[in-house]
Design a protein around this ligand. Structure first.
Ligand code: ZN
Length: 468
């Protein structure tokens, strides 16, 4: 298996620290808001990388942190007028819900920064003792000039950084690129006792300490979005290596940017998409399809039209399964040579730095053969079986049985029954029995049937987005 390592800027053969095991860490959210569609890409990409290692027979330990103390959280608590722990509780709940809605398998570990304060303090003290950190009026900084390899991940050099650098002026720092390990608390801010007074840890320290604790002193993969290469991951490397004197991560993986119609997503530009809102309109598989149809390192461009197209593509895959009546098959036949060959191709493209774009093309190949009436019944079933096996590696086909049966068109007797329920609902409304009128509406909605009251009467329709 070959994976692209940001550190060496090339594809490298994957050799795990421990045979048969993969230990990976992916930088998680700072929980001060709902996550956006760009964050969703990172979550799906690393979900697929993890699934693929598992498919390859590795035992995977996957950790993704939750940053639950940060300046942004404090700012949000002021905006919303609620305490910081209420802010984090609210957005952690939302994060976990949305993760599930995206069909992302929950990580094995979801450490929260506030659970690791004492380890972080010990870590910072050790850096201080080794001469890499210094205190200045209650703040503690990492002295980047002490770490000769600083810049090796991002390719930035301290000399270049100096020229035209835009770092906030801070007279306490010995050097403009020294970064905060411990931050002194201002009045009213959340704080913990430390040898340097009351304060809180810096973000860059959180990930080093938690990944070390959960995955060990050297682990296989550290991931994140492209925007984290500098300074976050550069600073993680500096601390980790200063602390133990050797590299702590073997492969650094970064997913590419997501743009909105060619432009950078930003709240001020009014092109900001919260994943939760997109998931309200489209099923997870359409969104996953959109992300995975491009290589994870390439930039992708988001717009609604492309999600519509992705949804249509996913429906094509489902139609192949419906065509062979996949759900009602008792025994699916073993693969023959043709399916084995396709499966090997899938492994080849995924072994090549997780080329999901090509892997998806192979899913279509399997789907096409499953629909092909020139193939024998057995062969069509074999291809359908392959489609489900490989599709699941990319996180498609969750709750397959439910989805296949829910997508049926409503006609004939069923339609008459719905009409009958609507006349009952009309009667309830006349009697001002809102409770029962609402119950009928809600129960039908549960079944994927939406009602719309118009001046001409009530219309009903199948919720197109609820089905794939
Ligand atoms: Zn991190």
């Amino acid at each position: 298996m070959k994976i692209y390592n940001t550190l060496s800027r090339q594809k490298e053969e994957f050799i795990p620290v421990e045979a048969g095991k993969v230990k990976m860490y992916n930088c998680g959210p700072t929980v001060y808001n709902y996550f956006h569609i760009g964050n969703a890409r990172n979550l799906v990409v690393f979900d697929v990388i993890r699934r693929y290692f598992q498919f390859r027979g590795y035992e995977v330990s996957y950790a993704q942190n939750i940053t639950d103390i940060d300046d942004k959280i404090i700012a949000q608590s002021i905006t919303e007028g609620i305490p910081t722990d209420e802010v984090t509780r609210k957005y952690i709940t939302a994060f976990l819900e949305d993760l599930d809605k995206l069909d992302v398998n929950p990580p094995d570990y979801q450490p929260r920064a506030t659970q690791y304060i004492s380890q972080m303090i010990n870590f910072i003290r050790a850096l201080e003792e080794k001469g890499y950190a210094y205190e200045a009026e209650g703040d503690v900084y990492f002295a980047v000039e002490k770490f000769a390899a600083y810049g090796k991940l991002s390719g930035k050099k301290l000399v270049d950084l100096k020229v035209g650098a835009r770092v906030e002026e801070n007279e306490q720092k010995r050097y403009p690129f020294d970064f905060t390990l411990w931050k002194k608390a201002k009045p009213g801010e959340p704080k913990w006792q430390s040898p340097w007074g009351e304060g809180r840890p810096g973000w860059h320290t959180e990930c080093v300490v938690m990944s070390r604790d959960l995955l060990g002193e050297t682990f296989d993969i550290h991931g994140g979005g492209n925007d984290l290469v500098f300074p976050h991951h550069e600073n993680e490397i500096a601390q980790g290596e200063a602390y133990c004197g050797h590299p702590t991560v073997n492969y650094w993986l970064h997913n590419g940017f997501l743009n909105i119609e060619g432009e950078k997503m930003s709240k001020s530009a009014g092109n900001f998409f919260i994943a939760r809102d997109v998931l309200q309109k489209y099923p997870a598989e359409a969104i996953r399809y959109f992300f995975l149809s491009k290589h994870y390192r390439s930039p992708i461009d988001f717009n609604e039209e492309i999600i519509q197209q992705s949804l249509a593509a996913v429906k094509t895959l489902y139609s192949a399964l419906k065509d062979v009546d996949y759900l009602n098959q008792q025994d699916l036949p073993e693969y023959s040579e043709a399916q084995q060959k396709l499966k090997e191709q899938f492994l080849d493209v995924m072994d090549d730095d997780f080329n999901t774009a090509r892997a998806i093309a192979l899913l279509f190949e399997a789907g096409k053969e499953a629909r092909n009436k020139d193939n024998s019944e057995e062969d069509r079933l074999r291809f359908a079986r392959l489609l489900v096996e490989l599709g699941s590696v990319l996180g498609f086909f969750r709750n397959l049985a439910e989805k296949l049966s829910a997508g049926e068109d409503i006609s004939g007797k069923t339609a008459s029954l719905i009409e009958l329920l609507l006349t009952y609902r009309q009667d309830f409304k006349k009697e001002k029995n809102w409770q029962w009128a609402d119950k009928i509406r809600n129960d039908l909605k549960e079944l994927g049937i939406n009602l719309k009251d118009t001046p001409q009467g009530t219309e009903w329709g199948i919720d197109e987005n609820a089905k794939v």
